[in-house]
Design a protein around this ligand. Structure first.
Ligand code: C2E
Ligand code: CA
Ligand code: CA
Length: 761
C-alpha cells in the first residue's frame, strides 16, 4: 500500500520533470523560431534599403558623370577655343553653342565660362546671358571648391563621377595628348542641392590651339523634383524625393543625404520594396500563432497525460490493494497474510529472541448451512459481522485476514505460550455470542487450528500447513473447538489424505462391497430386516472400517457418489430377498444435495422397487442441521413410501423431542446403551422411556450391538421389538444372506436366539 503510493509519487515526479522539460524546450524553440523569422524579415528589409540607397547613390554618381559628359561634348572643341579664349568672348556663339544648348538640351540651370585665372567671362542663367561677374559672385564660394579641384588641387570633396573618370586615358588619346581636367560634385548651391560640374575647355582636333591654362566650363544642374523623378524612374523607385525633413514610417524610408563637402542636403525619401514584408506581416504572425497553438496543445496534452497517469497510478494502487485484500470485508487475503507472516518469521530468525509467532486459522462451523438456508447474502453478512466483531478484539500488531468463504486467520506475535492460548480463548468467546443476521439470530461456533513458530516451522508455508492440519483436526473432532498442531496430527492427516485418494479410486473401480446384518424380531425370532453396511477391502491395509472412511468421504466431498452407489446397490440386492426390509444408512451430507429424493425416485423406478421395503437410517444430526430443509426432504422420502429410522439414538443430544417432532418408523438405540445396561440405571430408564414413547407412536425399537445372550434378554425384557448384533450375526456378504436366513429359519421356532454357527461366523 505504502510502496504503491511512493511509486505513484515517484512516477508523478518523473512526469513533472519531463513535462517541465518539454514545456521549456517548446517555449525556447517557439521564441527562437519567432526571433529567426522576425530577424529574417527585418534583415531582408534592411538589406533592401541599403541596396536601394546604394543604387540611388550610384545613380547620382552616374548623373554627375552624365553632366560631365554633356559638358565634354562642347568643351572639347576647337571652335570653343577660338570663340571663347582668344581675348574676347564671342557671346553670340557662346549663347547658341553653350548657354542655350546646355540649358535647353540638358537642362543645366546655370552655365559659366571661367578664364585661365578663374575669372568669369560668360554666364547664362534662366534662358538668357547675364552679367557674368555679378552672377558668379553669388555662387563663387561653393563653385570655387570644384574649380580648385579641376585645376589640380588636392581633392577635399567626396569623389564622384567614377564612370566618367574611367575614360581618362581614352580621352587623352582622343585629344592628341592633351590632359583634360574636370571635376563634378553634388553641393548645396544657394541653399539648394545641385550638381556642380567643371570641365576644362580644350581643342579636340588641333592640340596646338591650346596655350597656357585652359578656360573652364562650369554647369550647375539643380537637383529638383523633376531631377529626382527621372532618377527614381530609372531605379524603379517612382516616388524617390529629396525632402527637408522626415521620419521612417513603415514602407516609406528616409535616408539622410549630404553634399560632397558634408553639408546636409535633407533626406532621400522613397517607398522601399520591403522583401521581408511578407515574412513579417504574414509568416511571422502565423508562426507566432502556430507556436502559441502548439504550446496550448502541448499544455492540454501534458495535462491529459498527467491526469491519465494519475488515474493509472491510482488504479494500479487499487489493483494492488485488491489483489491483497478480500473484497467483502477489506481484510488482507491469504496472499497478503502469508507475506506478512513471512516477514514476522524473518524478523524472528534475525532477532533470535524468545518470541513466538502464532497463526490461528478460524473456520465458522456450519457456515454452509447459513448460506443454504438463508441465502448467500445472509452468508456474506454473517462473514462481515464476524470480521467486525473480531477486529476490535485484536491488538494493534495482530493481523486479521480472510481466506475464503468462512475462513479467517489471525497472526499474532506472542511473548509466551499463555498468550496463544489466551488468543484462542478470546476468539472462541467472541464468536460464541449470537449474531444478528437479517433480523434473525444466528448461533455460531468456530473451529480453530493453531500453529506456532518456531516449534511448528520456520516458513510461512510450513506454519500455514500446520495450522490447517490443526483446524482440520478440530473440525473432524466435532467442531466448536481449538486445537494446537502436533506432529501426530500431521501423520494422521497424511493418512487421511492417502485414504481419500484411494477411496476415490475404489469408488471408481467398484472396489467396495455391501454387507448385510440381519435384525432379529423379538416376537418370533425371525429375520424381517437387514442393515446394509459398507465394506472396503483395501489391497494393502486390509479391511478399512466405514467408521474410518465414511467421515473422510464426507469431508472430501465423496459422499454423494458413495451414497448413491450404496443406495443403488442396496436396491438391486433387495430383489434377492423379497421378504426382507433393507436398511440403508444416509449421511447428513447426502441431504445437502437437492437431488436426493430425485435420485431415490429414479432408482426405485429403475429397480422396480416397492419403496416400503427400504428403510433409511438417519442420525439426529440430520434433524439438527438445517432443520427446515432436511425435514422437508425427510417428509418427501416418507411420502414416497420409504421408511425412516432414527439411528444411534442416545449418542448425541438424545432429545426425546425429535421423536415427538418427526414421525420415525423405527428407533435404533445405540450400542453404548445396550452395553452399559448392566452398570447404569440411567440407561435402563432412558431405554424404558424410549420404548414406551416409541411403542405409543407405533414405532419399532431396535437395540444395536447386542453381543451376549444377557444383553439380548435384557433388551427383550425392556420391550425392544428388534435386536441387532454380533450375538446373532455379523454383517455378511450379500451371497451369504440367504444362508443366514435359512439357518435362522431352521434354528428358531418363535424364539429370538442366535444359531451358534452364525454367531461364530
Ligand atoms: P451404524 O449405522 O450404527 O451401524 C452399525 C455398526 O455396528 C456397524 O459397524 C456394525 O458392524 C456394528 N455392529 C453390529 N453389531 C455389533 C456388535 O454386536 N458389536 C459391535 N461392537 N458392533 C456391532 P460398521 O459396519 O463398522 O459401520 C460403522 C458405521 O459406519 C455405521 O454405524 C454407519 O454409521 C457407518 N456406515 C456403514 N455403512 C454405511 C453406509 O452405507 N452409509 C453411511 N452413510 N454410513 C455407513
Ligand atoms: Ca445404521
Ligand atoms: Ca447405529
Amino acid at each position: 500500500m505504502v510502496a504503491g503510493k511512493i511509486n505513484a509519487l515517484r512516477q508523478n515526479n518523473d512526469l513533472r520533470r519531463l513535462t517541465l522539460l518539454i514545456g521549456v524546450a517548446l517555449a525556447l524553440f517557439g521564441v527562437a523560431l519567432i526571433v529567426v523569422v522576425a530577424y529574417a524579415g527585418w534583415s531582408a528589409n534592411r538589406t533592401a534599403v541599403i541596396r536601394e540607397r546604394q543604387l540611388v547613390e550610384n545613380a547620382l554618381d552616374n548623373r554627375v558623370s552624365r553632366v560631365l559628359d554633356e559638358q565634354k561634348s562642347i568643351a572639347w572643341w576647337d571652335d570653343a577655343i577660338t570663340n571663347l579664349t582668344r581675348g574676347r568672348v564671342n557671346t553670340q556663339w557662346a549663347d547658341v553653342e553653350y548657354g542655350a544648348f546646355l540649358s535647353e538640351t540638358y537642362h543645366h540651370s546655370e552655365v559659366f565660362v571661367l578664364n585661365d585665372h578663374d575669372a568669369p567671362v560668360y554666364a547664362y542663367i534662366g534662358g538668357a546671358r547675364v552679367d557674368a561677374a555679378a552672377a558668379y559672385d553669388l555662387v563663387r564660394p561653393v563653385i570655387a571648391k570644384v574649380v580648385a579641384e579641376a585645376r589640380g588641387a588636392a581633392p577635399t570633396l567626396r569623389s564622384r563621377a567614377r564612370a566618367f573618370e574611367a575614360g581618362r586615358s581614352r580621352y587623352r588619346e582622343q585629344l592628341g595628348g592633351i590632359n583634360p581636367r574636370w571635376s563634378g560634385h553634388i553641393l548645396s548651391v544657394q541653399g539648394r542641392p545641385a550638381v556642380v560640374s567643371v570641365m576644362s575647355i580644350v581643342p579636340n582636333v588641333t592640340p596646338s590651339l591650346l596655350h597656357g591654362e585652359p578656360y573652364l566650363l562650369v554647369s550647375v544642374v539643380r537637383i529638383d523634383d523633376a531631377f529626382m523623378r527621372e532618377l527614381g524612374d530609372g531605379l524603379l523607385l517612382p516616388d524617390l524625393r529629396l525632402v527637408a525633413a522626415g521620419r521612417d514610417t513603415g514602407a516609406l524610408t528616409f535616408e539622410p543625404f549630404s553634399a560632397d563637402d558634408g553639408a546636409s542636403l535633407g533626406y532621400l525619401q522613397w517607398t522601399t520594396k520591403q522583401p521581408g514584408k511578407t515574412l513579417l506581416l504574414f509568416i511571422l504572425p502565423l508562426v507566432a500563432l502556430g507556436v502559441l497553438l502548439a504550446g496550448m496543445l502541448t499544455a492540454v496534452m501534458i495535462r491529459r497525460l498527467k491526469r491519465a497517469s494519475n488515474a493509472l497510478a491510482t488504479r494500479e494502487a487499487q489493483a494492488r490493494h485488491d489483489s491483497l485484500h478480500d473484497p467483502l470485508c477489506g481484510l488482507p487475503n491469504r496472499r497478503q497474510f502469508t507475506a506478512q507472516l513471512q516477514e514476522e518469521l524473518d524478523a524472528l530468525v534475525v532477532t533470535r529472541n524468545s518470541r513466538r509467532v502464532v497463526v490461528a486459522c478460524i473456520d465458522i462451523d456450519r457456515f454452509k448451512d447459513v448460506n443454504d438456508t438463508m441465502g448467500h447474502h445472509a452468508g456474506d453478512m454473517l462473514v462481515k459481522a464476524v470480521a467486525d466483531r473480531l477486529k476490535p478484539c485484536l491488538g494493534p500488531t495482530d493481523v486479521l485476514a480472510r481466506f475464503g468463504s468462512d475462513e479467517f486467520a489471525v497472526l499474532r506475535t506472542a511473548a509466551n505460550a499463555q498468550e496463544s492460548i489466551a488468543l484462542t480463548d478470546m476468539l472462541q468467546r467472541t464468536l460464541s455470542r449470537d449474531f444478528e443476521v437479517m433480523g434473525q439470530t444466528v448461533a455460531v461456533t468456530a473451529s480453530i487450528g493453531v500453529a506456532e513458530a518456531p516449534e511448528h516451522g520456520f516458513s510461512s508455508d510450513e506454519l500455514m500447513r500446520a495450522a490447517d492440519i490443526a483446524l482440520y483436526q478440530a473440525k473432524s473432532q466435532g467442531r466448536a473447538r481449538s486445537m494446537v498442531f502436533c506432529a501426530e496430527m500431521a501423520a494422521e492427516v497424511e493418512q487421511r489424505r492417502e485414504i481419500e485418494v484411494q477411496l476415490r479410486a475404489a469408488i471408481e473401480n467398484d472396489a467396495l462391497d455391501l454387507y448385510y446384518q440381519p435384525l432379529i424380531s423379538c416376537a418370533d425370532g425371525s429375520i424381517r430386516s437387514a442393515e446394509a453396511l459398507l465394506r472396503w477391502r483395501h489391497p494393502e491395509r486390509g479391511d478399512i472400517a466405514p467408521s474410518v472412511f465414511v467421515p473422510i468421504a464426507e469431508e472430501a466431498g465423496l459422499m454423494p457418489a458413495l451414497g448413491a452407489w450404496v443406495i443403488e446397490r442396496a436396491f438391486a440386492d433387495s430383489a434377492r430377498w423379497p421378504d426382507l426390509e433393507i436398511a440403508v444408512n444416509l449421511s447428513p451430507v447426502q441431504f445437502r444435495h437437492v437431488d436426493l429424493s430425485e435420485t431415490l425416485h429414479r432408482l426405485a423406478r429403475k429397480h422396480r422397487l416397492e419403496p416400503s421395503r427400504i428403510l433409511f437410517e438417519v442420525t439426529e444430526g440430520v434433524l439438527l442441521e438445517s432443520t427446515e430443509r432436511n425435514r422437508s426432504i425427510l417428509d418427501t422420502i416418507r411420502a414416497m413410501g420409504f421408511r425412516v429410522a432414527l439411528d444411534d439414538f442416545g449418542t448425541g443430544y438424545s432429545s426425546l423431542r425429535y421423536l415427538a417432532d418427526f414421525r420415525f418408523d423405527k428407533i435404533k438405540i445405540d450400542r453404548a446403551f445396550v452395553t452399559s445396561i448392566n452398570e447404569r440405571n440411567r440407561a435402563m430408564t432412558i431405554i424404558k422411556a424410549v420404548v414406551t414413547l416409541g411403542r405409543g407412536l407405533g414405532m419399532d425399537i431396535v437395540a444395536e450391538g447386542v453381543e451376549t445372550e444377557a444383553e439380548a434378554a435384557a433388551m427383550r425384557m425392556l420391550g425392544v421389538t428388534q435386536l441387532q448384533g454380533f450375538y446373532f450375526s455379523r454383517p455378511v456378504p450379500a451371497n451369504e444372506v440367504a444362508g443366514v436366513l435359512e439357518a435362522f429359519a431352521r434354528a428358531t421356532h418363535g424364539e429370538a436366539r442366535a444359531p451358534s454357527q452364525i454367531r461364530a461366523g
